[in-house]
Design a protein. Structure first.
Length: 85
């Protein structure tokens, strides 16, 4: 399981990517200004799985929109919002 953090404006997208068992993958969007979860995508659901895979494909091919963030403060803050809800 790989956890990656992407940022776009005030939104942090947390991708929990299970490479060996894709249906266990999840993607969560967090509004960092409001401290709220905007959306949760679960690869067990067909639409969500397609959306997660599309996001992965776009990230691999494009350098616009969401960009990876390795800022540990942002990562910890995003995870604390997720754990609260």
């Amino acid at each position: 399981m790989v956890m990656m953090y992407y940022k776009y404006g005030n939104i942090v997208r947390v991708l929990i990517h299970s490479i060996d068992d894709f249906p266990k993958s999840k993607m969560i969007d967090v509004d960092m200004n409001e401290g709220t979860i905007l959306s949760v995508f679960d690869a067990n659901n067909k639409f969500d799985a397609s959306f997660i895979q599309s996001f992965i494909n776009i990230i691999l091919e494009s350098r616009s929109g969401f960009t990876i963030t390795e800022d540990s403060d942002i990562q910890h803050k995003a995870m604390s919002y997720i754990q609260k809800q």
